[in-house]
Design a protein around this ligand. Structure first.
Ligand SMILES: NC(=O)c1ccc[n+]([C@@H]2O[C@H](COP(=O)([O-])OP(=O)(O)OC[C@H]3O[C@@H](n4cnc5c(N)ncnc54)[C@H](OP(=O)(O)O)[C@@H]3O)[C@@H](O)[C@H]2O)c1
Length: 261
């Protein structure tokens, strides 16, 4: 089991939702934090609260992960402060609900920059750094249950999360030899700001499967500590992921169409 105590964890997207829950739970395990997002004021409030409650050190970095230089800038900033990252939580992410040709392409490319490019570059930089230091490390990649099927009206988002799932499963094998654990988190619906930002409303049976960010983060951190390749929190979501993994593509497509409309 990987022990988070006295380590340093970098969490992207820590200003709200699941990322904030990761910050709270890692802080409670006496893990120092580097918290990253655009909304500086929220990060500063979180830093003040967690340092006061848990006596840990929290470093705040305001960064827009759509910027091509963002990942390297974060690394350079930490190097200049002598901060080494043992745990990387690639949590920041976004999506836009709507018809592919009606959602402005700039918004879709920004989604890919955050969900794919920044996640990949941060993983590359910090995995290489962990290996060079000869330390064990842990890396969490936040995908989604949307990774398991193409989803009309959420096409770019679902495709980006399929990438994250595939990347993480491959790295789970590849980085074992370097003593770096890699886990993919694939949640179903979670009660956060995500759906509001994505422009999607859920008002039917699907609301029953929505989980709290606290429960999702707790399951994910346990899986990360154990070095599991993939964690799908919640019984209903687990069953859906198993079903979608084995379903014929025509059934998968029907499920994807039901997921958003
Ligand atoms: N909620 C769900 O139903 C659900 C389901 C499956 C997977 N997920 C995944 O879970 C992860 C966390 O989402 P959430 O549900 O916690 O939503 P959220 O509350 O909207 O949080 C998203 C986080 O990402 C950050 N972020 C967005 N764009 C960014 C940018 N350009 N640069 C830097 N940070 C950025 C936001 O911070 P700032 O706005 O301050 O920059 C925020 O902290 C995402 O990867 C999402 O795809 C969510």
């Amino acid at each position: 089991m990987y022990n988070f105590q006295y380590k340093t964890a970098l969490i992207t997207g820590a200003s709200s939702g699941i990322g904030e829950a990761f910050a709270e739970q890692l802080a409670a395990q006496h893990c120092n934090l580097v918290i990253v997002a655009r909304r500086l004021e929220r990060l500063q409030q979180l830093k003040a609260r967690l340092e006061q409650q848990h006596g840990i050190k929290v470093t705040v970095i305001s960064s827009d992960l759509t910027q091509p230089s963002a990942a390297n800038d974060i690394y350079q900033q930490l190097q200049s402060q002598g901060i080494q990252v043992d745990v990387l939580v690639n949590n920041a992410g976004l999506g836009h609900h709507g018809k592919f040709i009606e959602v402005p392409v700039g918004q879709q490319l920004a989604t890919l920059m955050v969900n794919i490019n920044a996640l990949t570059e941060l993983t590359h930089i910090f995995a290489a750094d962990m290996k060079a230091r000869g330390q064990s490390g842990a890396i969490l990649l936040v995908a989604s249950i949307a990774a398991y099927t193409p989803i009309p009206l959420f096409a770019t988002y679902a495709a980006s999360k399929s990438y994250v799932l595939s990347l993480g499963q491959a790295l789970n094998k590849e980085l074992k030899a370097d003593n770096i654990g890699v886990t993919v988190l694939a949640p179903g619906g979670v009660a956060t700001e995500f759906m509001d930002h994505a422009g999607q409303t859920i008002d039917d049976w699907r609301t029953k499967a929505i989980m709290s960010a606290t429960d999702v983060a707790a399951e994910a951190l346990t899986a990360l500590a154990k070095g599991k390749a993939v964690i799908v929190p919640g019984v209903l979501n687990k069953a859906s992921a198993v079903f979608l993994s084995h379903a014929p593509s025509v059934v998968k497509m029907a499920a994807g169409e039901m997921a958003t409309h």
